[in-house]
Design a protein around this ligand. Structure first.
Ligand SMILES: Nc1nc2c(ncn2[C@@H]2O[C@H](COP(=O)(O)OP(=O)(O)OP(=O)(O)O)[C@@H](O)[C@H]2O)c(=O)[nH]1
Length: 344
């Protein structure tokens, strides 16, 4: 059984729609010598909810990774490409390392984070100012095991009114591991992000760019569409329900909205994306909650997701969303693999 939306969610294109460009360009002064051009992979690691995805979006200068106030929003690693005048930084956002290793999804998330740690040039370890929990210690233990050079971003400094409290925290942190450096930041407010970026760049090996300068990610629009819909589920529904859901893009096609070039230009209009998405839940009762009274809840979520997709893709989007029940998808390894959680 599936539930379509009453009406298509196809509204006029927002004037603010921007193509995915890399707005972080030229935040660091280029060194005169071209041979110092740097390029490398940086894994963003930390416990759930510490602000990894928010920091990645800030470093990229635009939203790529989804965020919410709930822990474990990130389930897939995602590559964000930041092309600067004197280097290219390839950020890998990872699912938060966590202790609750219980079900198949959690085991998958930990495996994913560990595999990435061993395979990058630099680790950006994100912790929260004045907080160092058992989960942070667990993440640091994994980092130490991998032996990769590590820089720390001490995030959420905007929450600390008495900044003098930070110094002893930073000193204690420096005793825990031989970090390359420790930089206090606020990903939310954008404080100290440029000095952090300069430190990251300086710690990368010399090398030519691996991606074209206008490429923001290696992930497809299809993948990003699923993530943007899942973000709405994380942000809008109760504490537990989002963890019992996942999103699958059943079809993603591009259709030309006009036969020839747009009026007054010699360029054909960008093709519109036509997306059919499935939201998988584990029980009929969850399906009813996702859909809401007369479909209002689902319609609001899908409508916002569609606007976010248009912003990221820089093209019009027609989105149809259906909700289906798949029993215990999150605890079954085979079901996980069928939903795209099979890389690690
Ligand atoms: N006050 C404050 N809040 C922040 C900051 N950075 C992130 N947050 C908030 O912290 C919450 C979690 O942020 P995310 O970026 O989703 O965290 P994450 O580490 O990617 O989370 P996981 O997906 O669980 O791994 C969100 O509500 C953010 O708005 C910050 O610098 N200051």
């Amino acid at each position: 059984m599936s539930q379509p939306l009453d009406e298509p969610l196809d509204e006029p294109l927002d004037d603010q729609v921007a193509a995915p460009t890399n707005a972080a360009v030229a935040t660091v002064q280029p060194p005169p010598d071209r041979s110092t051009h740097r390029c490398g992979y940086v894994a963003i690691i930390g416990r759930p909810n510490v602000g990894k995805s928010t920091l990645l979006n800030r470093l990229l200068g635009q939203k790529l990774a989804i965020t919410s106030h709930k822990p474990q929003t990130t389930r897939h690693s995602i590559l964000g490409v930041s092309t600067l005048t004197c280097g290219q930084i390839l950020y890998v956002d990872t699912p938060g390392l966590h202790q609750r290793g219980g079900n198949a999804l959690n085991r998958y998330l930990n495996r994913a984070a560990r595999a990435i740690l061993a395979d990058v040039d630099l680790v950006l370890f994100v912790v929260e100012a004045l907080q160092f929990s058992d989960e942070d210690a667990l993440a640091l233990a994994e980092i130490a095991k991998a032996g990769t050079p590590t820089l720390v971003a001490v995030n959420k400094t905007d929450r600390i009114t008495d900044k003098s409290r930070l110094l002893p925290f930073l000193q204690a942190l420096s005793q825990r591991h031989a970090f390359v450096s420790i930089v206090p930041v606020s990903a939310l407010k954008g404080h100290q992000v440029e000095p952090l970026e300069a430190e990251i760049l300086a710690a990368l090996p010399a090398g030519e760019p691996l991606f074209p300068p206008d490429q923001l990610t290696d992930r497809s629009e299809r993948f990003l569409a699923a993530e943007l819909l899942r973000e709405q589920l994380m942000q809008r529904y109760g504490q537990e329900l989002p963890y019992r859901t996942t999103v699958e893009i059943e079809s993603f096609t591009l259709e030309q909205t006009q036969a020839g070039p747009s009026k007054g230009t010699d360029r054909a209009e960008d093709p519109r994306a036509r997306i059919h998405a499935l939201i998988w839940v584990e029980r009929e009762s969850q399906k009813a909650i996702i859909i809401g009274h007369r479909g209002e809840a689902l319609k609001a979520a899908a409508s916002q997701a569609r606007l976010e997709m248009q912003k990221l893709f820089g093209r019009r989007v027609h989105l149809e969303v259906w909700v289906k029940v798949k029993d215990s998808w999150s605890s079954d390894e085979a079901a996980l693999a069928s939903l795209g959680y099979g890389e690690y």
